[in-house]
Ligand binder design. Structure first.
Ligand SMILES: C[S@@+](CC[C@H](N)C(=O)[O-])C[C@H]1O[C@@H](n2cnc3c(N)ncnc32)[C@H](O)[C@@H]1O
Ligand code: SF4
Length: 368
């Protein structure tokens, strides 16, 4: 939806927290091991400056991501939320590492205005957690989920990964079963990827072969569906009414503001603009208002739009393209029709067929 000002009515706010207890060997996010005391007050002051400087609109969702936001105390989030103008019933998520649970209370996080928690569970197999360099055990994740529920949280996500070093299909499915038994509202189930410049890239662990990964996917999707977790995006599965509204801003090409070290933002209007903050926490703290803004060329917008919306199982209506980008639909339709003829995409909306969903990269390639 677009307002009379040309700004999207469903704007998300992403706030990045760039520190972790230690760096996981597979992780290429902007996260830095904490060597000294957490500069909590200093970072909060910087986030306030940054937010204020970007002239924030009303937000329909907020996502505190990392790094490890759960290293910060509830008062930091309360302070930020009091500075932002939130729509009624805005979704406010915080990512939490189960290994930081002893620091703060879930009751205090709930009272701060956070109403959704996303736990980095990754696996429930202690040997796998160790290989992934995680700082928590299987039991700590279970305790977090139980305590968060007891504190009153009604919207919980678990992040899990599959295709882990030395993992069998049965082990991957067991992780999913344990996760399902904990009754979260949402499960993000990611295939472990080896990212350049990570520790795993330097000394690659033995990963399951492709046909084992395919077996994990086929059986995992079935297991989740049987437990009433509907797949709505490549890695996202939700109980009815519990899709992640914040992530849907990315996947429907809606606007989002990025605040914090290395945070990205996007806004539409006459031109689609992307913003980026300094990645280094030190540089960010030095000048939190510094923002690099770049315009996306009209030739790049269609493919960027499709890269997001086609991740959604149901896609979006054709009308979403003009609404989100201000460009005419005619730019896309001839190539779209070729993909319709190949049985890869739907004729009446921006969505793939079941066959096309398995070949998403090939579909996108045709628009490059
Ligand atoms: C930004 S991370 C933050 C979560 C939190 N810091 C934690 O790890 O507990 C979000 C999620 O991305 C997933 N992830 C990170 N690196 C990945 C990789 N190389 N391959 C697949 N999934 C990955 C993990 O499941 C992780 O929980
Ligand atoms: S805790 Fe999360 S963000 Fe931090 S290094 Fe590990 S995966 Fe990355």
């Amino acid at each position: 939806m677009t307002t009379s000002t040309g700004r999207s009515a469903d704007t998300g706010l992403y706030v990045h927290f760039p520190w972790c207890v230690k760096k996981c060997p597979y992780c290429d996010f902007n996260s830095h091991p904490l060597k000294d005391a957490l500069p909590e007050a200093e970072y909060l002051a910087a986030l306030h400056k940054d937010l204020h400087h970007q002239r924030p609109p009303v937000f329909s969702s907020v996502f505190f991501g990392g790094g490890t936001p759960s290293l910060f105390s509830a008062s930091t989030f309360a302070s930020l939320l009091s500075a932002a103008d939130l729509a009624a019933n805005a979704e406010v998520t915080m990512e939490a590492n189960p290994g930081t649970a002893e620091h703060h209370s879930w009751e205090a996080y709930l009272a701060s205005g956070i109403n959704r928690l996303s736990f980095g569970a990754q696996s429930f197999d202690n040997a796998a957690l160790k290989r992934l360099g995680r700082i928590h055990s299987n039991d700590e994740t279970r305790t977090c989920v139980q305590n968060a529920r007891a504190a009153g949280f009604t919207n919980l996500n678990l992040d899990l990964m599959y295709g882990l070093p030395q993992q069998s299909t049965d082990q991957a499915l067991l992780d999913l079963k344990i996760a399902i038994d904990l009754e979260p509202d949402h499960i993000s189930w990611y295939q472990l990827t080896i990212e350049p410049r990570t520790e795993f890239a330097g000394r690659p662990p033995p990963l399951p072969v492709d046909n084992v990964i395919e077996e994990m996917e086929t059986e995992g999707v079935r297991l989740l569906a049987d437990a009433d977790f509907t797949r709505y995006e490549v890695s996202a599965y939700a109980r009815p009414g519990k899709r992640c509204r914040h992530n849907l801003t990315y996947w429907t090409f809606a606007d989002y503001l990025g605040v914090g070290a290395g945070a990205h933002g996007m806004r539409s209007g006459v031109q689609v603009l992307r913003t980026e903050k300094p990645r280094s926490p030190r540089l960010y703290l030095t000048d939190p208002t510094h923002t690099v803004t770049s315009g996306v060329s009209h030739t790049d917008v269609p493919v960027q739009f499709l890269m997001n919306v086609l991740r959604l199982v149901d896609g979006v209506p054709f009308t979403r393209f003009e609404e989100a980008t201000g460009l005419a639909l005619e730019h896309l339709l001839p190539t779209w029709q070729k993909n319709v003829d190949l049985g890869l995409v739907q004729p009446d909306r921006f969505a793939t067929t079941a066959f096309g969903y398995r070949h998403l990269d090939a579909v996108l390639q045709t628009f490059l």
